[in-house]
Design a protein around this ligand. Sequence first.
Ligand SMILES: [Zn+2]
Length: 466
Amino acid sequence: MALRFYDTATRSIRDFVPLQPGRCGIYLCGATVQAPPHVGHIRSGINFDVVWRWLAARGYEVTFVRNVTDIDDKIIARAAAEGVPFWQIAMRNERAFARAYDVLGCLPPTYEPRATGHVPEMVSLMRRLIDLGHGYAAAGDVYFDVRSFPAYGALSGQRIDDMLASADSEAAGKRDVRDFAMWKSAKPGEPQWETPWGPGRPGWHVECSAMAEKYLGPAFDIHGGGLDLIFPHHENEIAQSQGAGGAFASYWMHNAWVTTAGEKMSKSLGNSLLVDEVVQRVRPIELRYYLVAAHYRSMIEYSDEALAEAGQGFRRIEGFLHRAAESVGEVGPVRPDARPSAFDDAMDDDIGVPQALAVVHDHVRAGNAALADGDDDRVAAELHAVRAMVDVLGLDPWAPEWTRSAGGSGRTTEVVDALVRVVLDQRQQARARKDYAAADAIRDGLDAIGVRVEDTPTGARWSIDG
Ligand SMILES: [Zn+2]
């Protein structure tokens, strides 16, 4: 089966044909860093991390760009409320997003451009649009003339005449209430940059058009983002970038939301669903599994129960992998050629993770049966198959993103593992000489630092609480 995606622009599943053989450029609209991320904010980063990993597994050399919108009305408002410069708010929240992407195992983007670092590129883009008759300056603002671009509305399936006024409709000097601001003149005390049209700051849409062109060129393969960005943000990006003469994105992919009570998750829920908070209650790899397990185009209705259930699902996979690894000895590197074709077919079909995970769980069941039968060859085969599959979902428990401890490294994990083994060996020796007091003291000592010991027919196993 060929790799194919649902393309929002054509409302159809299309075979993926890259612009250049073997390469793929992806632009994902990243965070507007006005607040730290909650679980809903981080879903798109995780969904597109899986898209990237799958393209890489299929042999593509991927350039992945995820921007940071570090200037915006809400950032400015928050900075004013706190009496600090806008960049202080932006950097604090950019760090929180970076921490969240990192703790949830997202690969670092090839490029992660900040909007405020690309004002010259935006000025150049607006100058071209003005020269081509798609933009105009009025009273220090610069607008895009939507009537000059006949395809305006095509992505979101709207006719211009049915559209409402754009958000900045009160602005003076607009030719049409649907025209959108690419550049906003500075109000007193606001951050500003000099331009040929006067001092001001960028609108959100022009940032992405300018940064996508800089890092991926005027034509690239996939543009991604959350469903809520289709209109007006992506519609406006298309108008600007194609208005300036580029082909822009070949495919448009949009992930669905995390909802609570059927509504898009919002900050009004308080802090309990901030990523920083949730990963105190749930292991990050289990939170990732929860967000990855649903199809990227399906809504996830958040509940603690569903998150806990996802954790159990992941632990079934992890438990098999650990038991299998103990049974066959050294696990070694991931073996991509061990991936079952049914898994590949599911992933090729618009990143069908639910079907792909069903294949994973089938192999976990087969692997557990092989363990029960003591069939080492089958155990090894299922171990490698399962591991190769979860690897492309970013869920390989032995991957460096999960084995390095906070502030530590893979080496720290190795050392901790070896230390606990030494202690457990001493406990075993104490039991062998029937010194149960000493054996229990070792177990209690481990228990006190959160290391749980479980005796199994094949020896003691341990895990860390939490
Ligand atoms: Zn964008």
